[in-house]
Write a protein that binds this ligand. Structure first.
Ligand code: F6R
Length: 241
């Protein structure tokens, strides 16, 4: 595992944007696995900036997102599709048809999860999967559990995740209770993992995930078994390593 220590959130984002830019330049038809949340926002802004400066071309890029709330329409401003459109896709020359997010409106979860797995397979797998880290160690919406769930699946969100995400909704009651997420195997099959973490509230879980026991109680701990992981964190998030 490579660990890059950044000064702060801005520096973390710059380093992450550098790594993603390098991939896009070297492999113009790459498949990027993307995440939502606070962690990648500035990274996406920098990618947009570089596209506008003429330094990046997304016309051959395909994206596939980790997860989506079940029940939210793409135009709901809390959906992950909306987040991706407004923070990245609408501002770059990626072909909209090549941007993939689980369909939150598909009621048949077995069908949707199978479709998503098949889609990733048809795309030839994920070249780089960008990940944030939940305070409870989740990646995507793979919550702490007794076992790792391998494939894309529908999950019941944990209380701590509902609590953490309610800041984006009018109240905790409005946070959807379920989500579609890539599974642990889906994530582990990405050829490269790029995790970004910032802030002292993540320090403890970063230490547990990367230097603690590998356990489904800390889903990110499985990344210790991946052979190409880059962790980019700011000083606060890496302070306990
Ligand atoms: C988002 C996702 C989540 C977040 C995690 C960290 O698509 O899959 O696992 O990466 O909850 O969220 P932030 O970055 O908001 O701290």
């Amino acid at each position: 595992m490579k660990i890059y220590k950044a000064k702060d959130y801005t520096d973390m984002s710059r380093k992450a944007a550098n790594i993603i830019s390098a991939l896009i330049i070297l492999k113009e038809n790459c498949v990027l696995g993307l995440a939502t949340g606070s962690s990648p926002k500035e990274t996406y802004r920098l990618l947009v900036e570089r596209y506008k400066a003429g330094d990046l071309d997304f016309s051959g890029v395909t994206s596939i997102n980790l997860d989506e709330y079940r029940g939210l329409a793409p135009d709901n401003d809390q959906s992950y599709r909306y987040f991706m459109d407004t923070n990245l896709f609408n501002h770059i020359n990626i072909n909209a048809e090549n941007t993939h997010v689980p369909n939150g409106l598909e009621q048949d979860s077995i069908l949707e999860c199978a479709r998503y797995e098949e889609l990733i397979r048809k795309l030839g797998g994920i070249d780089l999967q960008l990940l944030g880290l939940g305070h409870n160690g989740h990646i995507g919406f793979n919550e702490p559990a007794e076992v790792f769930t391998a494939d894309t699946h529908c999950v019941d969100l944990s209380e701590s995740t509902i609590e953490a995400n309610k800041r984006f909704f009018d109240s905790a009651d409005d946070v959807p209770r379920q989500a579609y997420t890539m599974g642990i195997k889906t994530i582990m099959q990405a050829r490269r993992i790029l995790m970004i973490v910032s802030g002292d509230s993540k320090a403890q879980i970063v230490k547990q995930a990367f230097f603690g026991p590998i356990t489904p109680r800390v889903p990110a701990s499985i990344l210790q078994l991946h052979n190409n992981v880059t962790l980019v964190g700011d000083e606060a998030a890496l302070s306990l390593l």
